[in-house]
Design a protein around this ligand. Structure first.
Ligand SMILES: Cc1cc2nc3c(=O)[nH]c(=O)nc-3n(C[C@H](O)[C@H](O)[C@H](O)COP(=O)(O)OP(=O)(O)OC[C@H]3O[C@@H](n4cnc5c(N)ncnc54)[C@H](O)[C@@H]3O)c2cc1C
Length: 391
């Protein structure tokens, strides 16, 4: 694998990259292609990552993890995508972990972290999005009402990923009605839901077939009972807590897009050097070179914002702006790299055996999820530029 990144010579993460590349080499393109064709979960790949300790990267050492930061977690995710895989199968455990680490009680950490670190339990799911509220999260309708030592949950979620391959989900629900709070961001809480107990006992799951091989679902809650001790942090503060998780998620997905971007650039560069039409390699034409060079420049630039978002998150500095901007820049850059890669493969770009169409579909998702491009623009317009709130 060629490495054109600017930071290569002094990359402090080279050891992580080398280890990930060695692991990923055991799961070549053909593996990911077949998993995609069968629309099945890459169980063996996620197991190998777990056994090697990568899924416990963020868990402190005293609980059996490696105690690394979001920066290193982002390198892990980047390398998976860089090597042709899709971190979407397993990135949930990384961004959910921050929520548990920052806001969970000592008892909760003692209960969950060692068993997640050992690979016995997976914490891969986060339930925020709802069908009738979309991105307008403070309007969520799912409620959790305290009754004695339990909360009773009713409502619906949509697009909740990896539910069928996770033991736990972090759930955002309203605990105080919207009409009774001063600010609409108040009165929501987060809970740890034990999916093994919940499914079939108040929680119904309906898978959503979709454009990518991404296991995601509709959830229906009907009087689901959760032990009160599963509340994370203080009741009513859940929206603030979930923002930490969302910033981690955006930053990690930026890193995944960077990985995709390099993958597309490597593939297309190699292809256009070899493919000869009109008696010369197509890569000799500036009309072919320029979009590839442009995409490379944009991936490199997006990468700088990704490191800044990681640095701020790990230093516990405000990072919402950088996380959003990194996700925007990286998703855009990877999408442009994907377009150039598909375009210059000509007809072969559409052939599954080249893997370009699969990665093309996978990276397209990040224009929409976990936050759409327009909503990033409105965040920056309002919170950074001080423009009037538009909604
Ligand atoms: C494969 C997949 C996996 C997902 N996994 C999860 C998960 O695990 N957990 C979870 O909670 N969610 C998950 N999601 C949901 C995802 O976060 C949302 O789809 C995303 O945030 C967009 O929300 P929405 O689909 O409701 O779009 P909407 O909010 O309905 O928006 C639709 C479009 O309108 C635009 N728009 C809306 N309002 C405005 C405005 N005021 N100004 C300008 N444009 C606007 C948006 O930019 C967007 O393009 C997943 C989604 C997908 C597709």
């Amino acid at each position: 694998m060629m490495d054109r990144r600017m930071q290569h010579d002094t990359d402090p993460h080279q050891e992580i990259r080398d280890a990930l590349r060695a692991l990923c080499a055991q799961f070549p393109d053909e593996y990911h292609r077949k998993v995609d064709e069968a629309r099945r979960y890459p169980e063996e790949f996620v197991d190998a990552l777990t056994q090697a300790g990568w899924m416990a990267a963020l868990i402190p050492q005293e609980y059996g993890g490696s105690g690394l930061g979001l920066t290193e977690a982002s390198v892990i995710m980047e390398e998976i995508n860089r090597c042709g895989g899709n971190s979407g199968a397993c990135h949930g455990q990384m961004y959910n972990m921050g929520t548990l680490l920052r806001h969970g009680s000592a008892e909760q950490k003692d209960k969950y972290l060692p068993r997640i670190a050992s690979g016995e339990w997976r914490l891969q799911s986060m339930g925020v999005t709802e069908p009738t509220t979309g991105t307008d999260t403070t309007q969520i309708k799912t409620t959790a009402v305290k009754k004695g030592d339990r909360y009773v949950v009713n409502g619906q979620k949509v697009w909740i990923s990896r539910i069928q391959h996770s033991d736990f989900m972090i759930l955002l629900a309203r605990t105080t009605p919207l009409a009774e709070v001063k600010k609409k961001s108040e009165g929501m809480s987060i809970f740890m839901v034990d999916l093994r107990e919940a499914i079939g006992h108040g929680l119904a799951v309906r898978p959503i077939a979709n454009m990518v091989n991404h296991e995601t679902n509709e959830l229906f809650f009907e009087n689901l009972e959760i032990p009160a001790e599963n509340l994370i942090g203080e009741e009513g503060m859940g929206f603030r807590y979930i923002l930490d998780g969302l910033n981690a998620e955006r930053t990690l997905i930026a890193a995944e897009c960077i990985g995709d971007g390099y993958w597309f650039i490597d593939r297309v560069t190699r292809y256009v050097k070899d493919r000869t039409v009109f008696g010369r390699p197509i890569g000799q034409n500036q009309g072919v070179q320029f979009p590839i060079a442009e995409a490379f420049i944009e991936v490199e630039a997006a990468n700088l914002m990704r490191w800044e978002a990681c640095r701020r998150f790990d230093a516990r500095e405000p990072c919402g702006t950088q996380a959003n901007m990194a996700k925007y820049l990286a998703a855009k850059a990877s999408w442009e790299a994907a377009n150039a890669c598909l375009q210059f493969h000509g007809g072969f770009g559409f052939a599954c055996e080249y893997d370009v169409e699969r990665k093309f579909r996978e990276t397209r998702l990040y224009q929409v999820a976990p936050i759409s491009t327009n909503l990033i623009f409105s965040y920056v317009a309002e919170h950074v530029l001080g423009l009037p709130r538009s909604f």
